[in-house]
Design a protein around this ligand. Structure first.
Ligand code: CA
Length: 224
């Protein structure tokens, strides 16, 4: 479970980083709103601990941008702004929880665990095609009941094909899914990812339609 800490105060940021790591989270720390925006646009985090008073992009503006682009990563706002008005504005801007500084690390960790549980409960439904299951919110993929480790790009290609099961997707359509991570794609990137997916899952899961693109066949029978 990787947490992004956004905090401009060096002492507090360092304390949060160490404390959350000791509590068993993987954590990254950025010190301003613009760096947080870039990190969140490029990678996925299980949750964000967000200070509101930040240089470059204010925490509330960051939260607004995040929600405006459909990012539903749970956000715990950590701030010294303890006015009721600030709290309401923060929650209305899309925060999932709101904690006033100073906070005990034990409480923060417990609140994060609660947020992650809630997030899992409200998660988008698992996408299933035959024996393939993709849980987009948890970034989990399983095949025949076994979890499969995939990179984010592989998962992106697989999810696109699964959502379009039974239809052919062109290489260009699949490449669009990867621009999120990598703007300078190698011309054979999709072929490489498909090759890895076939090896890690099953060769028959993705068919090449010569001159057109790739297809994930729908299972022949639908189990009830
Ligand atoms: Ca601050």
């Amino acid at each position: 479970m990787r947490i992004l800490i956004v905090e401009d105060d060096a002492t507090l940021g360092d304390g949060l980083l160490e404390g959350l790591r000791q509590a068993g989270f993987a954590a990254d720390w950025v010190r301003d709103g613009a760096a947080a925006d870039r990190a969140l646009a490029g990678e996925s985090f299980a949750a964000v601990v967000l200070d509101l008073g930040l240089p470059r992009v204010d925490g509330r503006e960051l939260l607004r941008r995040l929600r405006a682009r459909g990012d539903r990563t749970p956000v715990l706002v950590l701030t010294s702004r303890d006015g009721v008005g600030d709290r309401i504005a923060g929650l209305d801007a899309g925060a999932d929880d709101y904690v006033i500084k100073p906070v005990a690390l034990g409480e923060l960790a417990a609140r994060l665990r609660a947020l992650l549980r809630r997030g899992a409960g409200e998660a988008a439904p698992v996408l299933r095609v035959g024996e393939l299951a993709i849980d987009p919110s948890a970034h989990r993929v399983s095949w025949r009941g076994e979890d499969v480790e995939l990179g984010p790009r592989e998962r992106g290609v697989l999810e696109a094909l699964a959502r379009a099961a039974g239809q052919v997707l062109s290489r260009e359509q699949l490449e669009e899914r990867l621009y999120e991570w990598d703007r300078a794609l190698a011309s054979n990137a999709i072929e490489v990812h498909v090759h890895h997916l076939r090896r890690k899952l099953a060769p028959e899961l993705i068919r090449t339609v010569r001159g057109v693109g790739y297809l994930m066949p729908r299972p022949a029978t639908v189990e009830s």
